[in-house]
Design a binder for this molecule. Structure first.
Ligand SMILES: Cc1ncc(COP(=O)(O)O)c(C=O)c1O
Length: 339
């Protein structure tokens, strides 16, 4: 990254299609295509912009957009911005409901386009989408499947290739794969990977790709280095999963109800926003930065502590966190968190 910065200015200087596209972007895109097993990849300046660009490019006026109710705000906003007036949200991870909505739409509009979009790992819940079942539905009903695997890439799957690796889904099954660099990669920006024709179409039509300054080339260089670490330093992932196991087993022993998640995101439901804030403040006073997530980010009545583990954490820190959590959550034991 320092080398890339020394060779030129930090900024790209212009949008990709004007003069901002740099060899560093090309190298990163090639490395990402290899890593994800897709034909090509396209770098976006942020994940928010990747999602806006992809969804608005894939749908037209008469098309259907079908999304998981708990999808990231950027996918939801993308659907609100898209030209389609038919935007439906199905209950969380409920493939049956998605199928009913899509089949009804197909019956009424046999020739119209349809897009199913889901997070791979849900950002506030930490659970994993049933992508294989959604892929089957998309195939049967000739719909696009868009998977935003911001929280899966680098973490899920033995090689860190995310939910597509975990559920053995290739480019045919998941034709539009989105990843972000602000999580496991530790940098900034995002990408979309898929068939060459899809990438060509996005370059021509995704307004959040066309009309914005390209990602700074040194960030692209740093991200390519981060990708090498994801590929080569498997121990980071193994350690993270060991920490997740220790945390969950310790929580269970102490009667701390952690939501079902095998990923780095380990949320604890508190119910009211006041309760979540109180628990977060208690943890801060005991040396732990655990954010209280409140409505409207999560549904009313489901405020939570969002514990996020990473490979730099140590086992003794997890043990101390569990002890602190007992104190933080003690007031809840006398309160019904479902209200
Ligand atoms: C699932 C998901 N998609 C997209 C984004 C947006 O990515 P970015 O921060 O790069 O805009 C985030 C979070 O930031 C996210 O959690």
């Amino acid at each position: 990254m320092i080398g890339a910065a020394q060779q030129g200015a930090i900024g790209a200087g212009a949008s990709h299609l004007v003069s901002g596209h740099d060899p560093e972007h090309d190298s990163l895109e090639r490395a990402l295509a290899d890593f994800t097993g897709r034909e090509r990849a396209l770098v976006f300046s942020t994940g928010y912009m990747a999602n806006l660009g992809v969804i608005t490019s894939l749908v037209d006026r008469g098309d259907l957009i079908l999304q998981d109710r708990l999808n990231h705000a950027s996918l939801i906003d993308a659907a609100l911005l898209a030209r389609s007036r038919d935007f439906k949200r199905y209950p969380h991870n409920d493939v049956e409901s998605a199928a009913v909505a899509l089949k009804r739409f197909r019956g009424e509009h046999p020739k119209a386009g349809a897009v199913i979009a889901t997070d791979g790992v849900f950002s506030m819940d930490g659970d994993i989408a049933p992508v294989a079942a959604l892929a089957e539905l998309a195939r049967a009903e000739s719909a696009w499947l868009v998977v935003d695997d911001a929280h899966g890439l680098g973490v899920v799957g033995a090689e860190g290739r995310g939910v597509c690796e975990q559920q053995q889904l290739d480019q045919k099954a998941v034709p539009v794969l989105i990843g972000t660099f602000g999580k496991a990669f530790g940098t900034f920006g995002a990408f979309v990977a898929g068939e060459s024709a899809l990438i060509d179409w996005l370059i021509q039509s995704a307004r959040t790709y066309i009309y914005t300054t390209a990602m700074p080339p040194p960030i692209a260089a740093a991200t390519r280095r981060a990708l090498q670490l994801v590929e080569q330093e498997r121990w980071r992932r193994e350690k993270l999963h060991e920490l997740i196991r220790i945390f969950r087993e310790g929580a269970e022993r102490r009667g701390i109800a952690v939501m079902p998640s095998v990923t780095a995101i380990q949320p604890i439901l508190c119910g009211s926003a006041a309760m979540a804030l109180q628990a977060s403040a208690y943890l801060r006073d005991h040396g732990f930065h655990v954010v209280a997530i409140r409505p409207p980010t999560v549904p009313e009545g489901s405020a939570r502590l969002r514990i996020t583990l990473n490979a730099h954490h140590q086992v003794d820190e997890i043990q101390r966190l569990l002890i602190a959590l007992e104190g933080a959550l003690a007031p809840m034991l006398t309160t019904d968190v479902s209200t």
